[in-house]
Ligand binder design. Structure first.
Ligand code: PLP
Length: 257
């Protein structure tokens, strides 16, 4: 009998469906795995952006983590919006008990519309407690700048961060410019590896960061190695962006369907 591949996401709900756990779930299902969700925050979002956000109490997040991790044989965990220090701590504590569990960290700092989704103190804690535990962290250029504090943001600051953390970093080029959208995999003591695709100009790109990290986690969960999982998740995201670039959404549409 086939056994489902369970992937756990620890992220916020986007009531407008573009990003957050809603994007995570679409990407995980598309990759052939089954998503379960620890919800960290409830947001109110409309075509105008994030109107309000309320964290789920950290104790309640901790309980969700405890019950799910105990009950299901997860193959991977992916985190997104973690809101504050207490929730980052709850996740770090839970992961300590499952050292073999593959963990992908999407360091969500703010919504595309500008609202902060992680406090400044929590950024430092994420770097200290979660990134060293993650098989991969997936910053965009702004997130790299906030996490590295090493100038740039560029490939050398990403390489230095990977070296310092001792884990892999995928620097995403989606917010950059140029005809190609290059993502770079940086690992300690290894040459940078490039994943490239033609840049697609579209309004419908919400939640692409969430979907990419979740797609990678779902593929790692199914036994793919890191570069293969990145390559396949990026290819699938690219197909979706291309197919839906002209769709007439109410507001900016999702990048992954
Ligand atoms: N998580 C939630 C709940 C959000 O609302 C957002 C953006 O609005 C994000 C994550 C980040 O989304 P993206 O994948 O576009 O970086």
């Amino acid at each position: 009998m086939p056994t489902p591949t369970y992937v756990l996401t620890v992220s916020g709900s986007d009531s407008s469906g573009g990003a957050g756990l809603q994007a995570d779930n679409r990407a995980i299902i598309a990759a052939g795995a089954f998503p379960l969700n620890v919800v960290t925050a409830i947001t109110i979002q409309s075509p105008a952006g994030v109107l309000a956000a309320r964290p789920v109490p950290a104790k309640f997040v901790a309980r969700q983590l405890q019950e799910l991790l105990q009950a299901y044989p997860f193959a991977a965990v992916k985190s997104g919006m973690l809101v504050d220090v207490e929730i980052v701590e709850a996740l770090a504590f839970a992961l300590e008990k499952y050292p073999g569990l593959k963990y992908v960290c999407d360091p969500v700092l703010r919504a595309s519309s500008g609202r902060s989704l992680l406090t400044t103190e929590a950024v430092a804690l994420l770097r200290e407690r979660l990134m060293p535990r993650a098989v991969l962290t997936t910053p965009n250029l702004d997130e790299l700048a906030a996490l590295s504090g090493l100038g740039g943001p560029d490939l050398s600051s990403a390489q230095a961060l990977a070296q310092e953390i001792g884990q892999a970093i995928l620097l995403k080029g989606g917010h950059g410019s140029g005809a190609e959208c290059d993502d770079w995999l940086l690992r300690a003591n290894a040459k940078p590896q490039r994943f490239t695709a033609p840049r697609i100009h579209s309004r419908n790109t919400r939640g692409t960061g969430c979907a990419l990290a979740s797609g990678i986690a779902a593929r790692i969960a199914q036994g793919e190695n890191l570069p293969t999982a990145i390559c396949n998740a990026k290819e699938r995201l690219q197909e979706s962006l291309q197919a839906h670039r002209g769709d007439d959404w109410t507001g900016d549409g999702p990048g992954f369907l």
